[in-house]
Design a protein around this ligand. Structure first.
Ligand code: GDP
Ligand code: IMO
Ligand code: MG
Length: 426
């Protein structure tokens, strides 16, 4: 399999960073194709912890890392990330290729994101405040500024002027302060200069890699249930954070991907607002949060925790054509005597097995659970399936049977070595 993709099949933070880092060891190129600085992908290497936001998680293996045209790029955040990596001895220069077609996140996008959320009050989405929605909004309204446009002096200046004027009106209407055009122009001329060595015609780079048989790994951000088209709209992010975004977000033919690895936690988490049928808004949810360290990698916000949700995961598997699963954080369930799996949503007297489109149906849905026995033994030292307690193997087999794709990897801790490669159907 030379072209693979890693996506999250829940609401993000499934452990994609860890899985991408592992698979990057036998990849030539790692490509991000959507999202932006809203992502926080953690990779633990020995005692060192890296949190990647815009740079693909393949950088730690020294792979060619591509930020595709579908990503929204915040130069300030990018250079902070490059600085952090370099301070830890990771070489980025010469390995990072940024699409000339990627849209740029400006300070007004971030200001509008935050002011918009404040205005929404209790109906807020709970965004990361990284300007993602407003930047994609401009992209689709065809008023965005792409990386390549930064180097077209006249065009850049006039577009930026129009945008700053328009956004300042919007910001003031929201009770926020406007931006200074001259200052923003100078600031971004500076960023453009620093970005230059990384800017590349990535369409050619990625397509040539694929056609010449190189091992290419696509890395999604967020999770399939946060996808703007297939997720819990409007409580989603503003891109196709499932495998459907690869073709448009990297400029590669649909159908070029040989394997889609769906990453799922052994339970479920969500940050921000929106429906979450199997949520545990109680002491047990708090216990999972503490044991699992469930606090946002980007914003530090506490993550909402709940049981594994087959309904949501099946939907994600179907829309992205997931071919295999990586189940992470199995160890977090080690101390529970009973584990529940949500196998259906009860809505108005009916039990739904398919994920509903309607927000009110999702908000009304009550979980229908199946209870399974916990294993009550530590799993963090497991390296082979045979090392796992029988109840843990039974839990994984049940997930495989209910979801369809085989479980190819099981993660039992944040470190690279805390991984079981299953080697076939369970
Ligand atoms: P991502 O956004 O999908 O890459 O996930 P995050 O990095 O936001 O969150 C996953 C968190 O779980 C990180 O802190 C990882 O280091 C950690 N993690 C990953 N796999 C495991 C695992 O199997 N067990 C435990 N306990 N932690 C894990
Ligand atoms: P990774 O890649 C979890 C959530 C936000 C909010 C919604 C919209 O680390 O899995 P946005 O800032 O994108 O407009 O926020 O999406 N969200 C994430 N949740 N993990 C992420 O990324 C997320 N990126 C965005 O919390 O609910
Ligand atoms: Mg994350």
């Amino acid at each position: 399999m030379s072209v693979r993709c890693v996506i999250g099949v829940q609401w993000g933070d499934e452990g994609k960073g860890k899985i991408v880092d592992l698979l990057a060891a036998d990849s030539d190129m790692v490509v991000r194709y959507q999202g932006g600085g809203n992502a926080g992908h953690t990779v633990v290497v020995g005692k060192e912890k890296f949190v990647l936001h815009l740079i693909p998680s393949g950088i730690l293996h020294g792979r060619a890392c591509v930020v595709g045209n579908g990503v929204v790029l915040d130069p300030e955040q990018l250079f902070a990330e490059i600085g952090d990596l370099e301070a830890k001895g990771v070489r980025v220069r010469g390995r990072l290729f940024i699409s000339d077609r990627a849209n740029v996140v400006f300070p007004y996008h971030k200001a509008l994101d935050r002011a918009g959320e404040l205005k929404r009050g209790i109906t807020k989405i709970g965004t990361t405040g990284r300007g993602i929605g407003p930047c994609y909004g401009d992209k689709y309204a065809r008023t965005g500024i792409r990386v390549v446009d930064l180097y077209d002096n006249g065009l850049f200046e006039s577009r930026l002027k129009t945008n700053v004027e328009e956004k300042n009106e919007q910001l003031r209407a929201l009770g926020a302060e406007g931006l200074d055009f001259g200052k923003t122009l100078r600031e971004f001329r500076g960023w453009a200069k620093r970005l230059k060595p990384f800017v590349s015609e990535t369409l050619g780079l990625v397509n040539d890699a694929i056609t010449s048989g190189k091992r290419v790994l696509f890395e999604a951000a967020q999770g399939a249930l946060l996808s703007v088209d297939h997720g819990t709209y409007p409580y989603v992010t503003s891109s196709n954070s499932d495998a459907t975004g690869i073709s448009s977000g990297a400029g590669v033919p649909p159908g070029c991907v040989d394997a889609v690895i769906g990453v799922a936690k052994a339970y479920t988490t969500r940050v921000g607002s929106g429906p979450f049928t199997s949520e545990l808004d109680n002491a047990l949810g708090e216990k999972l949060r503490q044991i699992g360290g469930e606090y946002g990698s980007t914003t530090g916000r506490p993550r909402r925790c709940g049981w594994f949700d087959l309904v949501g995961c099946r939907h994600a598997i179907r829309t992205s054509g997931v071919t295999e699963l990586a189940i992470t954080k199995l160890d977090v369930l080690d101390g529970l005597d009973t584990i529940r799996i949500c196998k259906g949503y009860r809505v108005g007297g009916k039990v739904l097995r398919d994920f509903p489109a309607s927000l009110s149906a999702l908000e009304k849905a009550k979980p229908v659970y199946r209870d399974v026995r916990g294993w009550m033994k530590p799993t963090t030292a497991a390296r082979r399936m045979a090392d796992l307690p029988p109840e843990a193997r039974a839990y994984l087999r049940l997930l495989e049977k209910e979801l369809g794709p085989r479980v190819s990897m099981v993660s039992v801790g944040p470190e690279r070595k805390q991984t079981v490669v299953t080697g076939g159907r369970l």
